[in-house]
Ligand binder design. Structure first.
Ligand code: NOJ
Length: 742
C-alpha cells in the first residue's frame, strides 16, 4: 500500500482501533492452541479489545494461522491483518543445537544459513516475526538462559547477531523470510547471581563495551523489531527506560522499527514498584518508547483513560500505531494477509533432507571435544571392539532444549540411531542405566502436566534393572560411551541453578562405570557449561554436545568415528566450581593479579579453596591431530591513527589428518584512562590446516579497533602501547607488542 494510503488508514481509525494495534495476545484468546511459555493470569480485557488486537503470540501452523486471520478479517471494520509472531529461537521444525552450541561453532556464515532455513520453514507455516535472536551477553552459568546466548564475548556475539538477523530477514526482499525481533534490550544477561528475572547493574563503560555491541550489530543488520528486557538496568525497568528505548535505540542508533515489551513486562512495572498501577505502567512504557504490549492488560485498558486525562497525547499513540502499520505494510499484509503461506508450502519446506543436512553440520560444528586422553577418539569402526552406549541420553529423543517450542522431539536422531549407523548391531549394546533425574520435587515445580514426575521417574525396581543391565553391558564391552546431562527443564527460561553438576544419580552411575577399567567416553548434554570436574576424572574422553538438535545423533557419531574432525571451541568459560560464577576471560586487570603480582603469598586476587581460572577457558576445544602455533610476527612496531598493523602466525599441522583451527586474536591496551580487560577478542579466522602443512594466518588491525568506551559511553582511542595475542584459545596465546603514536 502506498504511504499516503496507509496514512489515510491510520487517520480513519477510532482510538480503540488504534489501541488494538498495540495489543498482542496469545492463542487462547482466539480459541487456538497456545504454546506460549510464561505465567498465566486473567488479563481482564474486553472481547472488543480482543477483536481489535493487532498481533498474536506463539500460534503455529499454516492451518491455524489461516483460520485466525480469516476470522479476524471477517469481523469487518478496517480489517487490518493480524501479525503472527513466535519464538523461533534456534530453528522451527528443523531444530538446530542451542545458540550456546552455535556460538561454539565460531562460524557465523554457517549459522546465517541455518537461520535462512528456519525462516523459510516458519514463513511457509505463516509466521511473520521471530522473537530472536536473543543476543544477551552472558557471564554466569547459573542463569538458565545462557542456553539462548552465543556466549560471553561482545565481538563474537555481535558477529552471530548480524548473521542471525541477516538469515531470518534475507528472504524479505523477495517477499519471503520473516522479521527478526532482537531481544532482550538490554542487559538481561547480567542478572545478579544468575537468578532469573533479577536486576542488572553495571557501569556505563561496561554497558557500552560488553553488553550493547550485539544489540547494536543486530540493529545495524536491519532487525525490524526489538523486544525489551523483563529486568531492570541500573534501577530502571528496561520496559520503561526512555534513555534506552528512545535516546539510545532510536536517536543514537537510528532504529525506526517496532519495539515490543516482553511477556507481561508492562504490567510487571507495577510489581517492580516503578508504576503505581496498570494505567501508570501503560503511560510509562508508551512514553519510554514501547509500541506493542505483549500479553498484559495495560495498553488495552489504560491508554484510553490516559488520553482522556490529557496525560498522553494521541500523537504519541499515533506514532506507535504508525510503526506497527508500517511493518504490516512492509510485509505486504494488506495485499496478502497470509503472505503466500499454506499447508502445501509447509509440507514442501519443513524438514527437507537438505535442511536436515545443514542441521547435522551445525551440530557437528557445535560439539566441543574437551578431553581426549591417549587419542582414544576417533574410534576405528573396523576394529572388533564391543561398545556399550550407556546413560539416560543413550537413546533419548528429547534433546532439543527448552526453547525449541515448534520442534517435535520425535524428529530427533538419537545417539543410539547415530552410533548404530557406524556399528553393526552385534557390536553395540545400549542401556539407559538410570533416569535423567530422580527428584520428584523438581518435576512438581515445573508446573507442566507433561513434565510430571510419574512419567519420568522409574520405580525403584525398574531403576535397579536399568542399573544392573548397564553394568553388565559395560563389563562385557571394550569401550564405554556414557551419555548423560541436564534435563530439559534444568536450563532455559526460569532454569537458574546453583549446582551445576550432573544429577547425582547419573554421576554415581558414571563413577561406577569408571571403576571397571575400560576406556570411557562421556558425552554431555546441557544448556549451559556445567562443572565437569567429576566427569573428567571418570572419563578418558569428553564431548560437550549441548542440546544438539534433531541431528544430534548423527553429529555425535560422525565425531566419535572420525567422519568429522571436531572443531568446536567454547564461547563461554566452563567453571571449575560453581562459586566462581560469574567467570569470563575478558575481566579487568586487578591490582593484585594472582600470577603476575609482585606480592607474594596470600594477598592476591584468588580463592583460598578453589582455582581462580576456569576448568576450560573461552575459545577452548580439541581436534584430532596435532597443531603448533609458531611465534607470531608483526609488520610494524609503531603506527599512527590512520594506519594499521598486520600480525601473522604460522600454524603447523604436523599430524596426518586435516583440521579446522579457529585462530583467535586478542588485544590488550597496556595503559588506559579506564582499566582495560586482560585481553579481549578483536578478530578470529576459521581455517582448514591440511595435514602436514603450515598455513600462515594474518590479521590486519586498524588503529580504529584499539579504542574502548569511557564512562560517558564515548568510544575513545588512546595512544600508547598495545599487545596483540594470538592463539588457539583465550589462555594459550603468544603476544607481540606495538604502539600507537599521538
Ligand atoms: C518471555 C521471554 O522472555 C521471551 O524471550 C519470549 O520471546 C516471550 N516470553 C514470548 O514467548
Amino acid at each position: 500500500m502506498e504511504e499516503a494510503k496507509l496514512r489515510q488508514l491510520l487517520n480513519s481509525l477510532t482510538i480503540e482501533e488504534k489501541i488494538g494495534q498495540l495489543v498482542q495476545l496469545s492463542g487462547e484468546f482466539y480459541n487456538a492452541s497456545d504454546i506460549s511459555m510464561g505465567p498465566q493470569r486473567k488479563l481482564g480485557i474486553t472481547q472488543r479489545m480482543v477483536d481489535l488486537s493487532g498481533s498474536v503470540l506463539n500460534v503455529a501452523g499454516a492451518r491455524q494461522i489461516h483460520r485466525l486471520q480469516e476470522a479476524h478479517l471477517a469481523k469487518g471494520g478496517h480489517a487490518i491483518p493480524l501479525l503472527f509472531m513466535s519464538d523461533i529461537v534456534y530453528g522451527y521444525k528443523t531444530v538446530y543445537p542451542i545458540p550456546l552450541g552455535m556460538g561454539a561453532s565460531w562460524d557465523p556464515a554457517l549459522i546465517k544459513k541455518a537461520y535462512e532455513n528456519a525462516a523459510e520453514e516458519a514463513y511457509a507455516g505463516g509466521q511473520q516475526v521471530a522473537f530472536a535472536p536473543m543476543v544477551d551477553l552472558v557471564h554466569d552459568a547459573r542463569w538458565g538462559r545462557v542456553l539462548e546466548s552465543t556466549g560471553e564475548d561482545p565481538y563474537l556475539n555481535a558477529q552471530f547477531a548480524k548473521a542471525m538477523v541477516g538469515g531470518f530477514q534475507s528472504g524479505l526482499k523477495n517477499g519471503k523470510g520473516i522479521v527478526s525481533c532482537v531481544k532482550h534490550f538490554a542487559g538481561y544477561g547480567a542478572v545478579e547471581a544468575g537468578r532469573e528475572y533479577n536486576s542488572a547493574d553495571m557501569s556505563i563503560s561496561n554497558l557500552y563495551q560488553d553488553y550493547l555491541p550485539s544489540y547494536k550489530a543486530a540493529v545495524q543488520a536491519g532487525a525490524k523489531m526489538v523486544m525489551t528486557s523483563l529486568t531492570t538496568l541500573n534501577g530502571v525497568p528496561a520496559t520503561a527506560d526512555k534513555w534506552l528505548l528512545s535516546d539510545l535505540l532510536r536517536k543514537q542508533w537510528g532504529f525506526n522499527g517496532v519495539v515490543i515489551s516482553d511477556y507481561a513486562s508492562i504490567y510487571e512495572l507495577t510489581q517492580h514498584g516503578f508504576a503505581a498501577d496498570e494505567q501508570d505502567a501503560a503511560y510509562k512504557a508508551l512514553d519510554a518508547g514501547v509500541d506493542i504490549d505483549m500479553k498484559s492488560p495495560c495498553y488495552a485498558n489504560g491508554l484510553k483513560p490516559l488520553l482522556a486525562d490529557g496525560r498522553l497525547s494521541e500523537k504519541k499513540i499515533d506514532a506507535a500505531v504508525w510503526r506497527v502499520l508500517s511493518l504490516k505494510n512492509e510485509l505486504c499484509l494488506f495485499e496478502d494477509p497470509f503472505r503466500g503461506s499454506s499447508e502445501a508450502l509447509e509440507k514442501a519446506n519443513l524438514l527437507t533432507p537438505a535442511k536436515r543436512q545443514l542441521a547435522r553440520r551445525v551440530s557437528q560444528e557445535a560439539m566441543v571435544l574437551l578431553k581426549n586422553q591417549r587419542h582414544l577418539l576417533p574410534l576405528d569402526r573396523s576394529s572388533h571392539h564391543q561398545v556399550a552406549l550407556i546413560g539416560p541420553y543413550a537413546d533419548e529423543y528429547k534433546m532439543l532444549g527448552l526453547w525449541a517450542i515448534h520442534g517435535d522431539p520425535k524428529d530427533t536422531i538419537t545417539f543410539k540411531q547415530g552410533v548404530g549407523e557406524y556399528l553393526d548391531a552385534s557390536r553395540l549394546t545400549v542401556e539407559k542405566g538410570t533416569d535423567i533425574i530422580r527428584d520428584a520435587d523438581f518435576f512438581a515445580e515445573s508446573g507442566r502436566p507433561e513434565d510430571q514426575a510419574n512419567s519420568q521417574i522409574s520405580d525403584s525396581a525398574t531403576e535397579k534393572k536399568h542399573h544392573d543391565s548397564a553394568i553388565a553391558a559395560a563389563k562385557r564391552a571394550d569401550i564405554i560411551i556414557f551419555a548423560g546431562g541436564e534435563h530439559t527443564l534444568q536450563s532455559g527460561e526460569a532454569g537458574s541453578r546453583t549446582k551445576l553438576r550432573l544429577p547425582d544419580n547419573q554421576q554415581r552411575l558414571l563413577d561406577e562405570l569408571a571403576t571397571l577399567g575400560k576406556p570411557v567416553i562421556s558425552v554431555i548434554i546441557s544448556g549451559r557449561p556445567l562443572v565437569l570436574t567429576d566427569v573428567l576424572a571418570d572419563s578418558d574422553a569428553v564431548i560437550q554436545a549441548w542440546f544438539p538438535g534433531i541431528e544430534g545423533g548423527h553429529a555425535l557419531a560422525d565425531i566419535i568415528f572420525g567422519a568429522y574432525n571436531p572443531s568446536g571451541r567454547l564461547s563461554m568459560s566452563m567453571p571449575a566450581v560453581e562459586g566462581q560464577a560469574p567467570i569470563y576471560y575478558n575481566h579487568l586487570s586487578t591490582g593484585r593479579p594472582e600470577k603476575t603480582s609482585q606480592h607474594v603469598g596470600r594477598f592476591v586476587s584468588r580463592y583460598t579453596d578453589a582455582p581462580t581460572g576456569p576448568l576450560f577457558p573461552f575459545g577452548y576445544g580439541l581436534s584430532y591431530g596435532e597443531v603448533t602455533y609458531h611465534q607470531p610476527t608483526i609488520d610494524q612496531s609503531q603506527i599512527s591513527s590512520a594506519q594499521s598493523v598486520t600480525i601473522s602466525v604460522p600454524v603447523e599441522n604436523a599430524g596426518d589428518i586435516d583440521r579446522t583451527e579457529t585462530i583467535q586474536l586478542y588485544l590488550h591496551d597496556e595503559v588506559a584512562s579506564i582499566v582495560q580487560p586482560v585481553k579481549r577478542l578483536i578478530d578470529f579466522k576459521r581455517e582448514v590446516i591440511p595435514a602436514g602443512k603450515t598455513v600462515t594466518v594474518s590479521f590486519e588491525v586498524k588503529a580504529q579497533q584499539l579504542g574502548f568506551y569511557n564512562q560517558r559511553g564515548e568510544y575513545v582511542i588512546e595512544p600508547g602501547k598495545f599487545e596483540l595475542m594470538v592463539g588457539p584459545n583465550s589462555d594459550e596465546t603468544q603476544a607481540v607488542e606495538f604502539s600507537l603514536k599521538d
